[in-house]
Design a protein around this ligand. Structure first.
Ligand code: ZN
Ligand code: FE
Length: 259
């Protein structure tokens, strides 16, 4: 049975640590800094065997070099992107990663949009999706187009409903404020919001989220379900029936919302 921990890092990042009860090893996803990982490994008496990176942003890779220096045998997996200056095994859409220790199997899914080389790792009921899918939200479109981001989210949304979504940031409550503004009557959203509030009050992460819950409550996975009159069209824009236009309007409004 794999053991999963969300290690808080930097301001609101999570570094995901996956281990098992037999091998004495762990892997981490997106170590934006080394210290929380080194501390967790020391606490649990484990060695680091692999580092999985989703995209080149510093808050996701910043601790990698230091971890690799301390654990030279750890394999680094990264997307093809010259901005990641690390000796890494480069992986792309459809590649499979089989790790003996901790025992884990992942498939690589290309999810461009936040950046032009962002990837996600899916396997063993877990999805490590960096800054593409957040609970009740999605990543900002920095280098891609709304078409690309929507295609990426659509693809993730088709994974099995019981998938546990391991996002790169604790953004759930801030995202909830925007989500409720476009779907005020969504009961699944209301209860997710309440549960997330209670989790944060206890200092617990709101993640991982269940993919089926995201499909029921995350506005960026519900482009077709949101009422026409709730789509926040920019001033002067003509309302459109095209999914991608609806998605782009939601993403743009979220960019400009206070949360
Ligand atoms: Zn990012
Ligand atoms: Fe990030």
């Amino acid at each position: 049975m794999p053991l999963l921990r969300a290690l808080p890092a930097l301001r609101d990042n999570y570094i995901w640590m996956l281990s098992d009860s037999v091998s004495g090893t762990a892997l981490v996803v997106d170590p934006g800094e080394a210290e929380p990982v080194l501390r967790a490994l020391a606490e649990e008496g484990r060695a680091l065997s692999a580092i999985l990176l989703t995209h080149h942003h510093a808050d996701h890779i910043g601790g990698t070099a230091e971890l690799a220096a301390q654990y030279p045998d750890a394999t680094i997996y990264a997307p093809f992107d010259e901005r990641i200056h690390l000796a890494a095994t480069r992986v792309a859409d459809g590649d499979a990663i089989d790790l003996p220790a901790p025992g884990a199997h992942f498939e690589v899914i290309e999810v461009h949009g936040h950046t032009r080389s962002h990837i996600a790792y899916h396997g063993d009921g877990l999805l490590f999706c960096g800054d593409t899918l957040f609970s009740l939200g999605c990543g900002r479109i920095f280098e891609g187009t709304p078409e690309q981001m929507l295609a990426s989210l659509d693809r993730l949304a088709r994974l099995p409903g019981e998938t546990r979504v391991c996002c790169g940031h604790e953004y759930t409550l801030a995202n909830a404020d925007f989500a409720i503004s476009v779907e005020p009557g969504n009961v699944a959203l209301q209860s997710r919001m309440q549960a997330a509030r209670a989790q944060r009050e206890c200092g617990e992460p709101t993640l991982p989220a269940r993919l089926s819950d995201e499909r029921a409550a995350n506005p960026f996975l519900r482009v077709d379900a949101i009422a026409d009159e709730r789509i926040p069209w920019p001033t002067g824009a003509t309302p459109s029936r095209r999914r991608v236009d609806r998605f782009a309007a939601l993403r743009l409004a979220k960019d400009h919302s206070p949360a």
